[in-house]
Design a protein around this ligand. Sequence first.
Ligand code: SAM
Length: 257
Amino acid sequence: MSSQNVVAKKRFGQNFLKDERILREIIEAMPENANKIAEIGPGLGDLTNYLVDVKSVVAFEVDTDLCKHIETRFYDAINTSHLTLHCGDVLERWQSTLLDEPYDLVANLPYYIATNIILRALADTQCENMLVMVQREVALKFAAEPGEKNFGALGVIAQSVAEVQVVVDVPPHSFEPPPKVDSAVLLIRKHADRDDEAFEQFLRTAFTQPRKTLYKNLSVYYEKEKVKAALEQLGLASSIRPHQLATRDYHQLYNIL
Ligand code: SAM
């Protein structure tokens, strides 16, 4: 099957990256290390083609038509083990770790599961770095600093264990077919394994109603007096809103409560 015959399948979030400048920027932004690369959704293989030149790649593709295309296009790379291809849904395959050795995730992610994938990779002890194309709105949530309007649970979760930065904004016309939204490449460099489930639950409670006060949100779950005392102990006003706290404050508050 040649790439000319491929009809993009919306249900798999297929928007193929065709912009050579962005492809090169992704390769230039890759962390320098000896890690394998996991690529979720190689699609037609344009990003894969750059990746196999510099690293050993393990790719996961759900679409059987595209799997056949990749097998043909990368016949040599597969035979020389520069590329390993797994056909099927990556989420079904992904247990606690995606690979059983340290890896970096580099991918133009299917947007309908992008947040889910990033959260899994943050929790995956073998994943050390991520360089991922996502919807711009999602990138801004992960990268937002305390006090910014996009700052929320995703920012706290990611920044508790990683440095997060937006590498480049990507307009819709860089893809075929163009998506309806703007995109961005996000670099997430982990420095620790993700915190436990209980901390995540705590953050979800803190951001239940982002416009309400933190005191009000936390009081649904914790005793009011305890919340008040914890805020006082940290020198935080009871009128403070969830997005106004720093990541460090959340960890301290969680430990106290
Ligand atoms: N990497 C290609 C590129 O940059 O042009 C394609 C990116 S496209 C946005 C997303 C890719 O992820 C598609 O190839 C799609 O079939 C694949 N995909 C979607 N859902 C998947 C899943 N659950 N598991 C594995 N691959 C998936």
